[in-house]
Design a protein around this ligand. Structure first.
Ligand code: CA
Ligand code: CA
Ligand code: CA
Length: 321
């Protein structure tokens, strides 16, 4: 658009204040006044009143969207008492925003007014930002569900992986007292067998695990964990002990048998006399028979496991200084 002289607004400065007409919101500034970025001085001949603003559309964002990824308008259309619609700069008070909390946020705007303009609005302009709800985690995977029993106080079984396209921060936990959960432990994303209770003879255990995300969604899943009971031939059986009262290796036993439900331990001396018997692996042999301290030498053990119908025989060295 040009005037009769062929000049466009951006080429003219009608009131001579250094701000061209295309920008100047106060086109009749008195000569010599200092003006702001809008071309307005504090001594304008007319006061302009802002009496309304445009209504801004609400913005929906996915859960966990950072504030700096939300585009909020930097200008707002305002209506003056002259009936003009003009853009003025606006900033937003976003202090209430929490990207991890779904819901509706209403931000109040602060308009930058030109000199000699008055705010006659009934309240500050607002813009609504809606943080959408976070979808729940989709699945929980376990890298391994089979383990071999040994005498370690804690046995690593496998790693959990949460399937959740929306977030990678979760809490994984055993539901208290559910199924066989008391026999297991979860540390971080790792599952352990907790050896405090052996449950002799049992090989299959069910656990109930929950995943909780940062929005409070809970996903629950059951897993069946299989314990491999080792064959009798592969368990560790000590073949030497020193019942001399020095506190070191003074008693003989086979703790690894505790994973079996039913078993018997017999010890014989050379001549075939049975000098010790037990069906409880916690009961250890101290190298005596009917209160008599037995001599050093070679003895023989026989272990029978009823669960697996296995028998194992071997030599046992009783040593003393
Ligand atoms: Ca001007
Ligand atoms: Ca002006
Ligand atoms: Ca000893």
């Amino acid at each position: 658009m040009v005037d009769t002289n062929g000049c466009a607004d951006f080429e003219k400065d009608t009131d001579g204040d250094g701000v061209t007409d295309d920008i100047d919101l106060c086109p009749t500034t008195p000569t010599g006044e200092t003006v702001d970025e809008f071309g307005c001085s504090v001594n304008e001949p007319f006061i302009t009143q802002v009496v309304g603003t445009e209504t801004l559309d609400a913005t929906e964002v996915p859960w966990a969207t950072p504030l700096d990824q939300i585009t909020l308008p930097s200008q707002i259309l305002v209506l003056t008492n002259n009936g003009d619609w003009v853009y003025l700069p606006i900033t937003w008070n976003t202090a209430s925003y929490d990207s991890l909390q779904s819901g509706t946020y209403v931000f109040e705007g602060v308009i930058t007014f030109p000199n000699s303009w008055e705010d006659q609005l009934s309240g500050p302009p607002t813009i609504t930002v809606i943080v959408l709800a976070k979808p729940a985690p989709e699945d929980l995977l376990l890298s391994n569900d089979l383990f071999a029993q040994n005498n370690d106080p804690s046995i690593f079984i496998g790693d959990f992986t949460v399937i959740d396209p929306t977030d990678d921060i979760h809490t994984i936990a055993l539901v208290p007292d559910a199924a066989d959960n008391s026999l297991f432990e979860i540390v971080g994303n790792q599952l352990f067998w907790n050896n405090s209770e052996l449950r002799p003879g049992e090989t299959e255990f069910t656990i109930v695990v929950t995943v909780t995300d940062r929005a409070g969604n809970v996903f629950q899943k059951e897993f069946v964990i299989t314990r491999e009971i080792l064959p009798l031939e592969s368990i560790q059986i000590p073949n030497t002990f020193t019942p001399d009262g020095d506190g070191v290796n003074d008693e003989w036993g086979v703790g690894a048998l505790k994973v079996y439900k039913s078993y018997m331990i017999h010890i014989y001396e050379r001549g075939g006399l049975r000098v010790f018997f037990t069906d409880d692996a916690d009961e250890l042999w101290d190298g005596t028979y009917l209160g008599t301290v037995l001599p050093r030498g070679t003895y023989y053990f026989v272990i029978e496991v009823k669960d697996t119908q296995e028998t194992r025989k071997g030599m046992l060295n009783l040593l003393r200084n």
